[in-house]
Design a protein around this ligand. Structure first.
Ligand code: UD2
Length: 318
């Protein structure tokens, strides 16, 4: 009898062992690279659109694997030019912008910042890492913030034309009253890249602040338009961004000749451009949030955000 009990006990132990091994094998099978594939994997989002109607990806947290995408671009030896403008009191934003970029912006890749300012002596001495460069370029001061903002298009156009051809592969143009809080990496690269404006990603199209006056070259008819893009961040290949900046500059010149200024300045022209020249990649508002202290809903990670500022105090005019 004791013998029989012992046998049952051993069979039970064996059963337990086989059962546990099988469950382990099944679990490993589902999670391992050998059995899984990208179609059965867990990348992708169901709570937000991650592709446009013209099949351009919209980059959100959870839609890419940073290790995979980093390893692809690492083999390409790329340089990312990044322009930033700080005129007048906006030089005060430079320290946070540059220091936080060192922590989060294309970490491990070659980045060349081109900083345009009317006060080179106010540029803070931020220690940049290996393969990170900063070129300061002096501009004359301007009296209207709108002119500063709009003039960026022509300055970028000329920078790409005259200096960047053999210097960089991609370019991003960023507002300076901002700070990085999370990874902004090679997942953002593409031929033509627009960033969805953080105030308009979850509102109906009729609320988009496009230019609706037909007299302006930035005119977008009611009911037209895909997304509302921010003027605070855009980028892409040198060729595509050159075409974008040249077109916007030309359209703004026509507006000036016709005594009209688009509602949101170069941002209005950028939106018109993107309507007829669709971006090949869109970045979600994770890549430009309103203010770090504001709640974010479907924006699970804030990578880059405007900093709170008192417009009346920092701008040269109202
Ligand atoms: C909005 C856009 C901005 C631009 C502007 C045009 C968003 C969230 N922001 O920003 O990208 O399209 O409207 O109407 O979409 N600057 C100076 N010195 C000045 C004033 C401006 O250097 O005295 C530069 C600086 O780089 C700044 C940028 O111009 O980041 C845009 O100006 P802004 O940030 O004051 O404009 P804002 O916040 O209304």
């Amino acid at each position: 009898m004791t013998m029989r009990l012992r046998q049952i006990f051993y069979v039970f132990l064996l059963g337990m062992f086989v059962g546990l091994s099988l469950s382990g094998l099944i679990y490993w099978g589902f999670t391992s690279i050998w059995f899984g594939n990208h179609l059965t994997g867990n990348l992708g989002r169901t709570d937000v659109a991650s592709v446009t109607p013209w099949l351009a990806p919209i980059v959100w947290e959870g839609t890419f694997d940073s290790r995979v995408i980093d390893s692809i671009y690492k083999q390409q030896n790329i340089t990312i030019a990044t322009t930033v403008f700080a005129l007048g009191k906006y030089t005060r934003f430079l320290k946070d912008f540059l220091e936080s970029a060192e922590e989060h912006y294309f970490v491990g890749f070659r980045v060349h910042f081109y900083l345009f300012t009317d006060q080179p002596e106010e540029v803070p001495n931020v220690k940049l890492g290996q393969e990170r460069y900063l070129t300061v370029k002096t501009l004359p001061s301007m009296n209207r913030w709108q002119d500063i903002s709009m003039s960026r298009m022509e300055i970028l156009e000329k920078l790409i034309e005259n200096e960047l051809a053999s210097e960089a592969d991609y370019i991003f143009c960023l507002d300076v009253d901002t700070k990085f809080y999370g990874r902004w990496g090679v997942e953002s690269l593409g031929r033509l890249v627009g960033v969805i404006h953080p105030w308009f990603f979850n509102v109906p199209r009729f609320l988009f602040t496009y230019e609706h006056r037909p007299k302006s070259q930035a005119y977008i008819p009611a009911g037209k338009g895909d997304f509302y893009y921010t003027g605070a961040a855009f980028g892409g290949s040198l060729k595509d961004v050159h075409n974008l900046t040249k077109t916007c500059r030309e359209q703004m010149n026509i507006d000036t000749a016709n005594s009209i200024e688009a509602l949101w300045h170069e941002e209005s022209h950028l939106n018109k451009y993107f309507l007829y020249n669709k971006p090949s990649k869109l970045l979600s508002p994770e890549y430009l949030w309103r203010d770090i202290s504001m709640s974010s809903g479907s924006v699970k990670i804030i990578r880059f955000s405007h900093v709170a500022k008192n417009n009346a105090e920092v701008r040269p005019n109202l």
